[in-house]
Design a protein around this ligand. Structure first.
Ligand code: SGN
Ligand code: CA
Length: 529
């Protein structure tokens, strides 16, 4: 793999001579490494202890849990890439930062976390998937993928150039990140790095060296894989079913017949066309045998649906293997350079993901697998090790938390809260929210998931689906964690329903969400692939 690390213009700060104030700033402020993957299901992180992760562990991501805090109630405000990223950058809901659905244009002139850190004395960089259309602002250095990015031989766009780099995307993003850290660590200022992986986003193309690693593993099938969506109208209307909606060529890499490497339906052939002839030959060698076996078996109905689940899981987790290795490389680098104790490392995903629950892939719904996202924070010596946190945190909280640790003022208009007191509570429980607000706006759109908003408390969830649908859903998560039984209008839950509606109203007022009818006619800008 050739490395075209664009360190020219990396940041001018390193050559400037340091004043004593800057030197002391550097020693008092923590470095920050914010690592975000794309579509990483918490069910696929072994530190969360799920059945899936027992057969596909993530030993390096787990190192962050061993040395810090892992959240099992961490949510996004809107389970979609662009909106989640905009919220993470601003500490605000989409209706405040202006980015509500993929295809919107992020207004980079607004206040953001990188800008505030930069102003507060940090050197900043962003490397990897960006996906909010406008060029990055607030970074001394940035090097981003084009739109969704490509797994093989991806294009990278910097302030000065677009370069196609041969190799595998997760490795390249890691190489570029470590190269930036190597420069930044010797600078006068503390560093803040946003390392944004493309993986494990659809279409789950593993690195060749891992593409066969789960071939003999059988992944546990969720017991609601063949869900009939009874009592949940919106759930029945989506188009994100593994056995009905995945493209057999593009997503599942199925060949047309025994002895052939030609793919079945491949909606976007330019993705496979990125591979060099040598890479493609190796790829075909790996997939030929398993595809031949599938074609020879003439599978139908449920058998085919279950085969597809296994293929999806094998590829998704082989892609994640590279992510886990990447996290390991970053942690090793910090340890080797004596940076571990003064660096906050955050690992999260832009949202959760379905890995077969309800028969689905993708996200968007307010259901748990999708709206909940992994979150691990390690800051040895400052955040106690091996903590499992159950507080209802959201991606609006990342910005204020990091500003707090950086000793900088948290602007009044940020809607999230600093999580710092949660780690320092001692005997006294820090004051925290008892409910979170969620709003997904992208319909009509990919996967036909209806517009929805709702509230989740410790125990209950209320969701309103609107726009060409008018449905409520209510769940008792203690009794029904898989959200299979809609209790809306159930006489036994009349009081709960009333309480949840009140909470929802309160949160909409608190976060200054305009009446929903104002969004109904908002134009959906369809994005090119
Ligand atoms: C692509 C995917 C969709 C996915 C969206 C949004 N199709 O369009 O399945 O929902 O991205 O994902 S793909 O075959 O082109 O990958 S997001 O994470 O960027 O919001
Ligand atoms: Ca995503």
């Amino acid at each position: 793999m050739s490395l075209a690390i664009g360190l020219v213009g990396c940041n001018g700060t390193q050559s400037t001579s340091s004043t004593s104030t800057e030197k002391s700033e550097k020693s008092s402020k923590p470095n920050i490494i914010y690592i975000m993957s794309d579509d990483h299901a918490f069910q696929s992180i072994s530190a969360y202890g799920s059945e899936i992760s027992k057969v596909a562990p993530t030993p390096n991501i787990d190192r962050l849990a061993e040395t810090g805090v892992i959240f099992d109630r961490s949510y996004v405000t809107n389970s979609l890439c662009g909106p989640s990223r905009a919220t993470m950058l601003t500490g605000k809901f989409g209706h405040k930062n202006g980015f509500m659905q993929n295809g919107d244009l992020f207004d980079g002139s607004q206040q953001t976390l990188p800008k505030l850190l930069q102003k507060g004395g940090y050197q900043t960089a962003m490397i990897g998937k960006w996906h909010i259309k406008s060029l990055p602002t607030g970074f001394d250095y940035w090097d981003m993928l084009n739109d969704q990015g490509e797994y093989f031989n991806p294009d990278f766009i910097s302030a000065t150039d677009t370069v196609k780099i041969e190799g595998y995307v997760t490795d390249i993003i890691t190489d570029k990140s470590l190269a930036w850290l190597e420069k930044a660590k010797d600078g006068d200022k503390p560093f803040a790095l946003w390392m944004h992986h493309k993986a494990p986003h659809r279409n789950w193309m593993p690195d060749l060296k891992y593409a066969a690693m789960y071939d003999s593993v059988t992944f546990p099938v969720p017991d609601n894989y063949f869900d009939d969506y009874k009592g949940r109208k919106a759930a029945g209307l989506q188009k994100m079913n593994i056995y009905k909606d995945m493209y057999e060529g593009h997503d599942l890499k199925m060949s047309v017949a025994v002895g052939s490497d030609s793919l079945r339906y491949d909606r976007w052939p330019h993705i496979f066309a990125r591979l060099t002839p040598e890479q493609r030959a190796e790829w075909d060698k790996i997939y030929r045998g398993k595809n031949d076996a599938m074609n020879a078996a003439n599978l139908e109905g449920k058998d085919m649906a279950l085969w597809k689940y296994q293929r999806y899981m094998q590829d998704y987790h082989a892609v994640l293997k590279s992510v886990d290795v990447s996290i390991g490389r970053v942690i090793d680098y910090l340890e080797e350079n004596n940076l571990r104790d003064n660096t906050i490392v955050i690992y999260t995903s832009d949202q959760g993901f379905f890995v077969g629950e309800h028969g689905w892939f993708d996200k968007r719904f307010m259901y748990e697998e999708s709206s909940r996202t992994p979150l691990l924070i390690s800051y040895p010596g400052h955040i106690p090790a091996k903590q499992l946190n159950h507080d209802l945190v959201q991606n609006i909280d990342y910005a204020p938390t990091l500003l707090d640790y950086a000793g900088l003022e948290i602007p009044e208009d940020i809607q999230g809260m600093s999580m710092k007191p949660l780690f320092e509570q001692g005997d006294e429980k820090a004051e925290w929210r008892d409910a979170i607000y969620y709003h997904y706006y992208e319909f009509p759109g990919f996967h036909s998931v209806r517009r929805q908003y709702g509230v989740r408390t410790d125990r209950y969830k209320l969701i309103k689906f609107y726009f060409r649908i008018n449905e409520w859903e209510l769940y008792d998560l203690e009794k029904d964690p898989k959200e299979m039984h809609n209790l809306y209008n159930d006489p036994e839950y009349v009081e709960v329903q009333k309480m949840m509606k009140t909470k929802l109203d309160e949160l909409m007022v608190k976060y200054e969400e305009p009446p929903v009818k104002e969004w109904v006619n908002k134009k959906i800008v369809r994005k090119k692939h």
